[in-house]
Design a binder for this molecule. Structure first.
Ligand SMILES: C[S@@+](CC[C@H](N)C(=O)[O-])C[C@H]1O[C@@H](n2cnc3c(N)ncnc32)[C@H](O)[C@@H]1O
Length: 424
């Protein structure tokens, strides 16, 4: 094992330990202790960038696909059968466009008499203008054809998973790498890709702040670096904060302690009438669902539960993510009457070149200069305060035209996964 690989294993172990995955921390440290072991051998052949996360994701995928039953016994995410790897509780079908309007006491959230879980089809169906043939667009119809593997419902985050102690996974983990290294290598081909559902908390809090400033108005939500577009469906998630709740009470995604401090008023409504985004490498939330799940750490139960719920929603709520870079996607951005145009992004700015960052900013500012009280424009973003520093924490920032004249206002601070968002 090279020093670089050993250092990478130990550094990733520390990150996993601090990030809430004692299981991965243990596996990585055991691997670092074996300079001539099977994990070192597989890592020596693979790409340098993100090598540990690739390996962990590859193994997790074999587990989720039912191809590593001995190891599955230790993975809380593992399905008892391959078809329920994505299982969550099953809520009723809804439409893509709708209004979420409810501030309810969390203590009564399960009581239909006290909640408003309905999402009326408030305005027209979402526009899904695709400018590129390589498009991720998931419709309820597609889910109905069986593309969705969400079957065998159990509770979110506990899809009948392995019950053996995750900290005892090492012998089975090592055996898999020793006996089937080629399968693991093959599964390591794809770069790690995530879509963090917790970041919906600052997004929806920010949208409510915009409503507080301009009055209630339909939202045209445009996301750059959208990955699988899960947060384009953020109005279908449930947010709980200080004894209050917002969003459908029966949502399979529940963000507890979504907002701390002085969150925006929860009494208004939120109607998203267009859900459109771009990404350099869009992820299909149905076809690539297991891949997305494989990059979440199996013993991070809340994250796993959120992702499973969001994948289930994505299979029935349409949104469009085109394959395009952010600058191209926003090049023709203009305000639109009767809706607030919101450009949103999270944890993607650091990947843009300075030239692309300048182009994106110019497109948004140009649209902002054309905004009117009837056709406002907002730039809402959750990005690291210092994008040169990987560890710097994200802040939620809002620019709003014409109401704030495009002035930058910092709304909240969050951890990397977005929740809880502490309002300033
Ligand atoms: C860390 S992920 C964040 C994904 C998502 N925003 C979230 O918060 O979960 C960064 C995403 O930005 C995308 N990306 C990187 N450079 C991009 C660019 N120039 N234009 C559009 N998307 C880009 C990547 O493909 C990836 O999906």
């Amino acid at each position: 094992m090279t020093t670089a690989i050993r250092d990478a294993l130990l550094a990733q172990a520390l990150t996993c330990e601090h990030g809430g995955s004692p299981m991965y921390a243990e596996l990585l440290r055991r691997a670092a202790d074996e300079p001539d072991g099977p994990i070192a051998a597989v890592l020596s052949d693979g790409p340098d960038a993100g090598r540990c996360l690739r390996l962990l994701g590859a193994v997790h995928r074999l587990v989720l696909e039912g191809r590593a039953p001995d190891l599955a016994a230790h993975y809380p995410t593992a399905a008892t059968t391959p078809t329920n790897a994505l299982a969550t509780s099953a809520p009723p079908p809804t439409t893509g466009a709708g209004t979420t309007r409810h501030a309810t006491d969390v203590s009564t959230a399960g009581d239909a008499a006290n909640t408003n879980a309905a999402m009326s089809g408030a305005i027209a169906s979402p526009t899904t203008t695709n400018t590129n043939t390589n498009t991720t667009s998931v419709s309820a119809a597609r889910a109905a054809t069986g593309a969705n593997t969400t079957t065998g419902a159990t509770t979110a985050g506990a899809a009948g998973g392995g019950t053996a102690d995750p900290l005892d996974a090492w012998p089975a983990f090592r055996a898999l790498l020793a006996e089937r290294p080629d399968e693991v290598r093959a599964a390591m081909a794809g770069a790690p890709q995530t879509n963090e559902v917790g970041r919906a908390a600052p997004l929806v809090g920010g949208l409510l702040s915009i409503m507080a400033a301009i009055g209630e108005r339909p939202v045209r939500l445009l996301e750059v670096g959208a990955s699988a577009g899960l947060n384009l469906r953020a109005d279908h998630y449930r947010y709980e904060s200080g004894g209050l709740g917002f969003g459908p009470a029966d949502s399979p995604v529940v963000l507890r302690d979504a907002w701390l401090g002085s969150p925006p008023p929860l009494t208004g409504g939120l109607s998203i009438v267009e859900r459109r985004g771009c990404d350099l490498a869009p992820v299909d939330p149905v076809a690539d669902a297991v891949r997305l799940l494989s990059f979440v750490w199996p013993d991070q139960h809340e994250r796993v539960a959120r992702l499973r719920g969001a994948l289930e929603i994505a299979a029935r709520v349409p949104a469009t993510v085109v394959q395009a870079d952010a600058a191209t996607f926003l090049a023709d951005l203009e305000p639109r009457p009767d809706v607030v145009t919101v450009v949103w992004h999270s944890l993607m700015w650091q990947y843009l070149s300075p030239a692309e960052q300048a182009q994106v900013t110019a497109s948004i500012e140009r649209a902002g200069s054309l905004a009117t009280p009837d056709a406002p424009v907002a730039h809402l973003y959750l990005e690291q305060a210092n994008d040169a520093d990987f560890h710097s924490l994200p802040v939620l920032t809002l620019r709003l035209w014409p109401h704030h004249g495009g002035e930058r206002r910092i709304l909240a601070d969050t951890p990397h996964h977005g929740v809880p968002a502490t309002w300033r």
